[in-house]
Ligand binder design. Structure first.
Ligand code: AMP
Ligand code: GLY
Length: 424
């Protein structure tokens, strides 16, 4: 069968890599793809901000299955359009993708369905922000309502700081239209967890959990990014906790969406804070996480095509996935200046040597290829990933591989999975 993957980041490279391992797959296309993906799939141009462009591509490729990587095409309604034309597509409808596209929708939904989340207030003006702040104790989390590529959240140490972040958002200065409404949230303490489930609108099958590292610097310092690295192990959540998360978070969300007439099919990414009072939802994403997908798929031993199809056809069951007990990790190498401004077009060296380290797979995120050489072409450039029986070995292998790669301005965190290793 022919598969089309929409997107061009590290997550999509991991999806292409895993989909190609299916005996059922004869050809993989990726649009727009990137320099590394081009070695494993036919890359085609597309404008992921434009529904017509994606429909024209769908017509041209005639794929037996389209897998949508990023949120933007989903929130524009690519799944609705493809489904209407009878083209099998993996990912939620525009209405269901609201869970990610609007934080106020997600918070009100959580409250309606009594799913644990931080206390919050939704504000459309500074007057409302000032009134609401009276009921919060700092630190206060200020969030832009709409999609902001990880840049729409400020953790304010004081009410003054919260008010000034809200002003920046509401005025459109910080994240444009996405900040026209803001959500204030109580600050939660704990370890974060990325808990993803596959849903067919009714049933869910959990994926193995992963832990992202969102801040740019070691020790969780500096601004938030799209994610600087992630790891997954067999014991990141135990069976009891996994069942709790399925029964008290994932299933109620899927049942609630169905009851509200916006059936949720696809991957539901629950961003959780494991607090002293129990797990609480920080956010939802309507897609696979990036970089979590890299370590998660490195542990997947069963056929990904079968699983994604089960979501479309309504046949999801808990046994859809077979996982390795190994540990896996992904270390993101980023361009100098990321998550702020950065230059592109820097030549990348050492990729072959890095890929030759045992258990390592280098996923490309922001790269391009010219005459056999690879160049940087984005903020997050590479996801250097490794799998091994022990987390410590996987981490050592990933960092050994990172050490072989060079490009001007390259930076990466040295402490991915560091806290998990200290606990052992
Ligand atoms: P979000 O896009 O809502 O997941 O927020 C991005 C990041 O901000 C999260 O991954 C957390 O690290 C942090 N964050 C968001 N909400 C809270 C909260 N209520 N308490 C503490 N940290 C938060
Ligand atoms: N790594 C966080 C995300 O995919 O949104």
């Amino acid at each position: 069968m022919k598969i089309l993957v929409l997107g061009g980041g590290g997550r999509e490279h991991a999806l292409v890599w895993k989909l190609r391992q299916s005996a059922r797959v004869s050809k993989v296309y990726c649009a727009p793809g990137n320099g590394g993906i081009a070695g494993e799939a036919d890359c085609l141009p597309v404008d992921l901000k434009n529904l017509d462009s994606m429909v024209a591509l769908g017509e041209r490729v005639g794929a037996d299955l389209t897998v949508v990587g990023p949120e933007l095409p989903l929130t524009l309604g690519v799944a609705d359009e493809f489904t209407r034309r009878g083209w099998p597509v993996f990912g939620p409808t525009k209405a269901a993708a609201q869970l990610e596209a609007s934080k106020s929708f997600a918070k009100e939904f959580l409250q309606r369905h009594r799913i644990p989340t931080a206390a919050y207030a939704i504000c459309d003006s500074m007057e409302e922000v000032r009134d609401a702040l009276a009921h919060f104790h700092p630190p206060v989390v200020v969030k832009a309502d709409g999609l902001a590529a990880g840049k729409g959240v400020v953790i304010a140490a004081s009410k003054e700081e919260a008010a000034s972040a809200a002003t920046e958002m509401l005025s459109g200065k910080m994240v444009g239209e996405a900040g026209a409404r803001v959500v204030l949230e109580e600050f939660l303490k704990g370890d974060e967890l990325s808990f993803l489930v596959l849903s067919d609108g009714e049933r869910v099958a959990p994926l193995v959990a992963a832990r992202d590292h969102k801040r740019v610097g070691d020790g969780d310092r500096g601004p938030n990014t799209g994610g600087m690295g992630a790891y997954s192990t067999a014991d990141i959540v135990d069976e009891k906790m996994r069942d709790w998360l399925v029964n008290h978070i994932a299933k109620p969300v899927v049942a609630g969406m169905k009851a509200e007439g916006a059936e949720y099919k696809g991957v539901l990414y629950c961003g959780l804070m494991m607090t002293a009072l129990g797990p609480m939802v920080l956010e939802f994403n309507c897609r696979f996480g990036d970089p979590e997908t890299q370590p998660i798929l490195m542990r997947l031993e069963s056929d990904l095509v079968d699983a994604l199809e089960a979501s479309i056809t309504g046949r999801v069951s808990e046994g859809d996935f077979k996982w390795s007990g190994d540990a896996s990790v992904c270390v993101v190498m980023a361009s100098g200046g990321y998550p702020g401004t950065f230059e592109v077009g820097k030549k990348i060296s050492g990729l072959d040597e890095a890929g030759a380290v045992e258990g390592v797979k280098v996923f490309h995120a922001g790269t391009s290829r010219h005459d056999g050489d690879f160049f940087t072409n984005g903020g997050r450039v590479l996801g250097v990933s490794a799998r091994a029986a022990e987390l410590e070995t996987a981490v050592a292998r990933a960092y050994e591989a990172c050490g072989k790669i060079g490009f001007e301005g390259a930076h990466y965190r040295r402490d991915i999975a560091g806290r998990a290793l200290k606990k052992d």
